[in-house]
Design a protein around this ligand. Structure first.
Ligand code: CP
Ligand code: NVA
Length: 301
């Protein structure tokens, strides 16, 4: 692995190794304190972040490295120069780039023009660092990912895409339930299905929440992703039947609930579930750092 933009070109074996490494990094952090010794990682953020920014900053410190945060809005960097030139300049000083961008093409440009590894910290299409933290959380909760079923309910988005790709590689059956018109990207879905064939895993899509019956985990995300300025009032009535709430947990029989956060209480998920005993939200948040440190260890060790 030279960079991590998506998991689309990974093998099931590579995905399983990363998952196992993430668990090791979490359980034996003392073995990884020199992975980034003397190395500088730039965090280039075009969109806001709480979890990703802080978990990378603190995580890089735990690996012995230094993290430099650049946010394009307050530094007024947007539109000043081409991504081609930014990537080449950043490579002059840094050992790696962690980037949260509006468009996936910016990341592709970074990879082509940077001489250091690039990690996708969320773009319009993918959120791979979230997916590896989520499957680590599932692994710790159930003792396995293989053969379990995760049902994502809501807007088909960047988080859904990364869950589909990595879940297919790790052997997790998946159900994606979205309102009509908010389905996942067809090409990414087709690619995830081709990966799922390698692990004999099923991927089901539906507009009907009944499709999530029998799932082990129900997964929610915001109905409006960053960069989407559709007024909430315009989509609320359409999405409300897809709210992850106790009735849905009862209908599906799922034992746990996940959300990548930021969560909008009592919109896509109820407060009762966020704060309840079925919630894996804080485990997912905690695991962001361990999972990302496994990615950085794979790239730099
Ligand atoms: N889940 C996640 O990426 O959170 P942030 O947007 O706060 O980084
Ligand atoms: N789908 C959300 C995820 C936030 C972590 C977004 O892109 O805003």
């Amino acid at each position: 692995m030279n960079s991590l933009l998506t998991f689309s070109n990974w093998t099931p074996e590579q995905a399983q190794s990363l998952l196992e490494l993430a668990l090791k990094v979490k359980q034996q952090p003392q073995d990884y304190t020199d992975v980034l010794r003397g190395k500088n990682i730039i965090g280039y953020f075009e969109k806001p972040s709480l979890r990703t920014r802080l978990s990378f900053d603190i995580g890089v410190q735990k690996l012995g490295g230094h993290f430099i945060y650049v946010d394009t809005a307050s530094s007024k960097l947007s539109g000043r120069e081409d991504a081609v030139d930014m990537a080449a300049n950043m490579s002059c000083w840094a050992d790696g780039i962690v980037a949260r961008v509006f468009s996936h093409t910016t990341l592709e440009t970074f990879v082509e023009n940077a001489s250091v590894p690039v990690v996708n910290a969320l773009c319009d299409k993918y959120h791979p660092c979230q997916a590896i933290a989520d499957y680590l959380s599932m692994y710790e909760t159930f003792g396995t990912v293989k053969g379990k079923t995760l049902a994502y309910v809501g807007d088909g988005n960047n988080v859904t895409h990364s869950l589909l790709l990595l879940g297919a590689l790790l052997g997790c059956h998946q159900v994606v339930v979205t309102p009509e018109g908010h389905e996942v990207d067809e090409d990414i879905l087709a690619h995830a299905r081709s990966l799922a064939e390698q692990t004999q895993t099923t991927i089901t899509t539906s507009n009907d929440v009944d499709a999530a019956k029998g799932a082990d985990i129900i997964y929610a995300d915001t109905w409006l992703s960053m960069g989407d300025d559709t007024p909430l009032e315009k989509i609320k009535a359409r999405f409300m039947p897809y709210q992850v709430n106790s009735a849905m947990m009862k209908l599906t029989g799922a034992s746990h609930v996940m959300h990548c956060q930021p969560a909008h209480r009592d919109l896509e998920i109820t407060s009762e579930l966020i704060d309840g005993e079925k919630s894996l939200l804080m485990l997912q948040a905690e695991n962001r750092m361990h999972a990302q440190n496994a990615v950085l260890t794979t790239l730099f060790a």
